[in-house]
Write a protein that binds this ligand. Sequence first.
Ligand code: HSE
Length: 338
Amino acid sequence: MVGFGVVGKGVATILARRYAEKVKGYGFNPKVVAIADIDGTVVNPRGFKPEKLEAIKQRGYPISADPDFGHPGMSALEVIDSVEAEVVVEVTPVNIKDAEPALSHITRAFKTGKHIVTTNKGPLALAMPALTELADYNNVYLRFSGTVGGGTPMLEFAKRCLAGDKILAIKGILNGTTNYILTEMSQNRVAFQKALKNAQNLGYAEREPSMDIDGFDTACKVVILANWILNKKITLKDVSRTGIRNVSLQALDKASKRGNTIKLIGSINGEGATVKPTEIPKNNALCVSGVLNAVTFFTEFAGEQTLVGRGAGGMETASAVLRDLLDIRHKLASKVFT
Ligand code: HSE
């Protein structure tokens, strides 16, 4: 595992808590053999016992101070090169300028024959078409269900449950922070800056507020949906993007008088990929409040299908990592590479 922040710690907690159950129910026996953080690593080629994982988590930063397994200064790339493992779980913070260090972690994992499970939107937003090709070329899997919808399986729902249908377009509220801000503004008349501060205190906001409020986070998710679900080989630069800085209380009031409200909507259709504040009816299935996310898939035969759920949070996103690990396990068991 590379990265030991809120998602990495969530993964450790879930593996420790649900270990016995998963082994029994799915024949799934994951072993964490190394964790890399900024300070260094902990490595145990035999796999950390659940209670040791929990102890490493409880002790916190710097993890490499562990007296039994710590390697201060050992980098993630060194771990990926030298430690025997099947999967690298990449859960470092997002960077949409050059996607580093995650991009190097992912490509190195591929080159050394390791599958990737990531919750990091940066590399996918900037280079998803190339990364999926590179995974195929190296005969490994790239899984990323935690990048869109957090714990809510939006990508799986579209890919698997709607597999017999044709998805024509996708529309969604894909960012919890901006949805919270717009909800607070419209329902409680809270000013923009105060609502943003509240969202940051709730722990949903990105480190860099512009990622959320200028629509970059939504645009990253639009790129991932477009590539994975609609097979459109786009990257972040192809998304037309407007954030919510200019949405005023007055505009929300006016929309409300028409029975509508304003949401930051990401959409992909025949005309392209866009992120922009959009007036939608309050009784539309997409119109969810607070930090919730919602996505509607417009299908040829089954009509509109909307999925609603929490799109962020450490444990929620960590549950998506476990989902991806199980998926890889199933794929390997059936030896079908797709
Ligand atoms: N900042 C993001 C949000 C986190 O508010 O939805 C999940 O990608």
